[in-house]
Design a protein around this ligand. Structure first.
Ligand SMILES: NC(=O)c1ccc[n+]([C@@H]2O[C@H](COP(=O)([O-])OP(=O)(O)OC[C@H]3O[C@@H](n4cnc5c(N)ncnc54)[C@H](O)[C@@H]3O)[C@@H](O)[C@H]2O)c1
Length: 350
């Protein structure tokens, strides 16, 4: 396999994708923005692989990178994802949309045009009411409800209108058995807890996402959008997912109970849903880790620390329940976007 340039290579999905491509024998060139955190993450890359530092919002950096590397394929993962998107929607648009444009334009200028594999998100489909919506397909309506979804949709359109051979992978909720690597923060927890507990969510193991990107590089399918979710065991309800992970770690009954969604309000649901992955699995053969297997692996990885976490559960329960977004709020139904727009004005579609 010839040279593959991976952007956002030191991120959550990127680091796994670089490792997977390397294992498969590709010459991988990881690129990311130069920050202290990324310098630290670069030390964990497989030996012999070094990072090309570039800020993809700078045209000069992008042109130099592509001219020097002349990749046969680009896996474009670099992005600013929620809740960081909402905290700085302007910078996020520069990264999520304008950097994609710069990368596509520079790729089009190369004498050998690279294949372009682009990471998108189910957020492009917007709020998903399980009472009215069928499961997600690539053809489901596109109706972003947040700045992130709007930006990911704009980036998809740039890729689709390009003169490159492209493939777009729309990812569901990416999860990991390495609980330390999960992007958990107070803002991310706020988003999760404000989402309707009976909303549908399709998780997928980050290693399977990496397998999908690696397979997409070598696939002869192009000009398609593929839905990347785990197998049927990953079709779950929002309110069941977090507690299952916490229980696997030994944390018992610590999760605040969420609110159900309003069956009569199509705009008040989170952006995740169950996904039809028949076509993506046929093309990429990436689903290798079931949800029960992931939970068993978490249990094993946490090991004896589980006993300590179980002992700490009563304290964790009190602390976490104080943080529930609906504490003291009127009403019975979840209102995730009402809360999000209030907390982060930059969450509104831009
Ligand atoms: N994590 C998920 O659940 C999920 C779900 C759907 C879609 N996605 C998509 O998958 C891709 C990877 O997501 P992730 O979870 O690994 O995100 P991440 O935040 O862990 O990684 C993104 C990477 O982009 C890099 N980056 C940011 N600004 C940059 C710039 N100006 N120049 C160069 N690099 C820059 C960051 O340093 C980081 O390493 C993204 O496109 C994201 O939108 C992720």
């Amino acid at each position: 396999m010839s040279t593959v340039l991976v952007t956002g290579a030191l991120g959550y999905v990127g680091s796994q994708t670089v490792a997977r491509l390397h294992e498969q024998g590709a010459t991988v060139v990881p690129t990311d923005i130069d920050t202290p955190a990324n310098r630290k993450a670069a030390r964990r890359l497989p030996s012999g692989i070094s990072v090309r530092w570039a800020d993809l919002t700078e045209r000069g950096h992008v042109t130099r990178l592509l001219t020097d590397v002349a990749p046969a394929a680009i896996v474009h993962l670099a992005a600013v994802i929620p809740a960081a998107t909402y905290l700085n929607a302007k910078l996020s648009r520069k990264v999520n949309v304008e950097a994609t444009r710069l990368l596509v334009e520079a790729a089009e200028q190369l004498s050998q045009r690279p294949r372009f594999v682009h990471a998108s998100s189910v957020a492009v489909h917007g709020s998903r009411n399980p009472y009215h919506n069928r499961i997600l397909t690539a053809d489901s309506p596109l109706n972003p409800v947040d700045s992130y979804g709007a930006q990911k949709l704009a980036a998809e359109n740039i890729v689709r209108q390009s003169g490159l051979e492209w493939l777009i992978l729309r990812l569901g909720a990416v999860v990991s058995t390495d609980v330390r690597s999960l992007p958990v923060s107070a803002d991310v927890m706020f988003l999760e807890w404000s989402s309707p507990s009976d909303g549908r969510i399709n998780t997928v193991d980050v290693r399977d996402v990496a397998a999908a990107f690696a397979a997409a590089v070598g696939s002869n399918v192009s000009g398609e959008i593929l839905m990347i979710g785990g197998d049927d065991s990953h079709r779950q309800l929002q309110g069941d997912m977090g507690p299952a992970v916490a229980e696997a770690m030994g944390l018992r009954n610590v999760y605040p109970r969420g609110r159900p969604g309003n069956p009569n309000d199509d705009s008040a649901w989170f952006v995740c849903d169950w996904m039809d992955t028949a076509r993506s699995q046929e093309v990429l053969d990436f689903q290798h880790h079931s949800w029960p297997d992931m939970l068993a692996e978490i249990r094993t990885r946490v090991g004896a620390l589980r006993y300590l976490l179980t002992a700490l559960s009563p304290i964790a329960r009190v602390v976490l329940r104080r943080r529930t977004p609906y504490r003291g709020q009127p009403g019975i139904y979840a209102d995730p976007w009402g809360l999000a727009y209030q907390r982060w004005p930059g969450a509104r579609p831009d």
